[in-house]
Design a protein around this ligand. Structure first.
Ligand code: ASP
Length: 425
């Protein structure tokens, strides 16, 4: 009998987890899930995160050293940044158009507005506090933040991926510049280590259906009851509609135009990563699997994927930026007596693009950065409480878009530098 493919196993784990969680919630047995099932999900996410930083370091060193030429690196970097920026700006603009046309804020009545603001004001102020910390710095702070003062500190903090990438790029450049006799043993060592890390990821993935089961069961017993959520349905659907356009129209078009890749085989190849992004809500935790899918199943050379994907996981978040645009307009429509003018909306394009770059690749980071978008546009930050209740499911969906975008750009950039070797399935 043919072995069941991994994405089917993960999907079965997901559905089974949701059903199990639903059952336990109705049997009033939440405690069992929280105490005895959820920890397996946490272990699974920890394992993925544990391997993410070593994977970035090693594969990026190998990938860069293989480039053998600095001009190739700048070509790769230039194209990657160009596509990342274009897709993000498209995403924010799409979010703004949808929110202005559908007007989700006008569907929320006074009673549900009040009850949402009351019920979730505590949660919202936690996020606002977190965002305040990010805000107190000057405009060039993001640039300063990229350069670590101690590489080992950066390595030990999953939130400092950009710093790690910065330092590793320097190592890669150094390896390209020294004579081959010196660089070869170093590169060979990292090549060996790279294979070992890939094997570890295979081992972690054996556990994925069970990890996903545990995550979904825990999610089901922990999400708030859907009482006031009716009022948020149109807002949620607007975000979802935008995310679907990105996934099923924008990326397939880009793939066909620029990479001559069949979108159906592409989606089949990255399905395990998409399912994991959905279950973990974290592009960082999904990164090891995204790397594996894109290199082994889409056929992107490791030279390209090891550079484009870790960078994308940290800075390229189309789903997040689209969500920030819709959420900002939704809150404005629900809380302000006047519509936002064109200039303010244009500013939202800029701030949401920057905010999505600055969002960490972890659950609900997009919501923290949304506070900054709201502040810039003069929209009351307390309005965050309005969207809190359905943030988790939307986070799951936007994370899928975030990693799909990374994988799409990796494929396009690989094609443009002659490093795409489509895998026959
Ligand atoms: N959870 C998202 C990610 O990791 C970020 C966000 O939108 O909150 O990609």
């Amino acid at each position: 009998m043919k072995k069941l493919e991994l994405h089917w196993k993960i999907l079965i784990g997901m559905v089974a987890g949701l059903l199990f969680g639903f059952l336990m919630k109705n049997l009033e047995q939440k405690g069992i899930v929280v105490d005895w099932i959820k920890p397996f999900g946490t272990v699974f996410i920890n394992m993925l995160k544990m391997i993410a930083v070593p994977l970035i370091v090693v594969s990026l060193i190998v990938g860069l050293a293989d480039l053998k030429d600095i001009s190739k690196l700048s070509k790769l970097g230039g194209r990657t940044v160009f596509f990342y920026l274009c897709t993000t700006i498209f995403a924010v603009s799409l979010g703004l158009v949808l929110a202005n046309v559908i007007k989700p804020g006008s569907y929320i009545n006074e009673a549900s507005r009040k009850s949402l603001l009351e019920n979730f004001s505590g949660d919202a102020s936690q996020k606002i506090e977190l965002a305040d910390k990010a805000k107190t710095s000057g405009p060039l702070q993001p640039m300063v933040d990229i350069v670590p003062d101690n590489f080992f500190n950066a390595l030990s903090d999953n939130g400092s991926m950009l710093q790690v990438i910065f330092f590793v790029i320097l190592i890669g450049i150094g390896l390209i510049l020294v004579e081959e006799e010196k660089s070869k043993p170093v590169v060979d060592f990292f090549k060996g280590l790279n294979d070992v890390i890939m094997k570890i990821i295979d081992i972690i993935m054996l556990f994925s259906p069970y990890g996903v089961f545990a995550l979904m069961a825990a999610l089901m017993v922990e999400i708030p009851d859907f009482t006031t959520l009716g009022a948020l349905a149109i807002y949620g659907l607007t975000v979802l509609f935008g995310l679907l356009i990105m996934t099923f129209i924008l990326y397939p078009t880009l793939l066909m135009l620029f990479a001559k890749v069949n979108p159906i085989s592409f989606f089949k190849a990255i399905a395990p990563a998409q399912l994991l992004a959905f279950s973990t809500s974290s592009s960082a935790a999904t990164l090891p699997v995204t790397m594996e899918c894109v290199t082994e199943h889409v056929g992107v050379d490791e030279e390209v994927s090891s550079f484009v994907l870790p960078l994308g996981a940290t800075v390229n978040m189309d789903g997040t930026s689209l969500y920030q645009a819709v959420a900002a307009i939704f809150i404005a429509q629900a809380m302000l007596p006047y519509p936002l003018d064109f200039h303010t909306q244009l500013m939202i394009v800029v701030t949401a693009t920057l905010a999505s770059i600055g969002s960490a690749a972890v659950p609900s980071a997009g919501m923290v950065m949304l506070v900054i978008v709201l502040g810039q546009a003069g929209i009351p930050e307390a309005g965050l409480a309005l969207i809190f209740a359905i943030d988790r499911p939307l986070d799951m969906c936007r994370t899928v878009v975030n990693i799909t975008s990374d994988a799409t750009v990796a494929t396009i950039v690989a094609k443009s530098v002659g490093k795409l070797n489509p895998v026959k399935s």
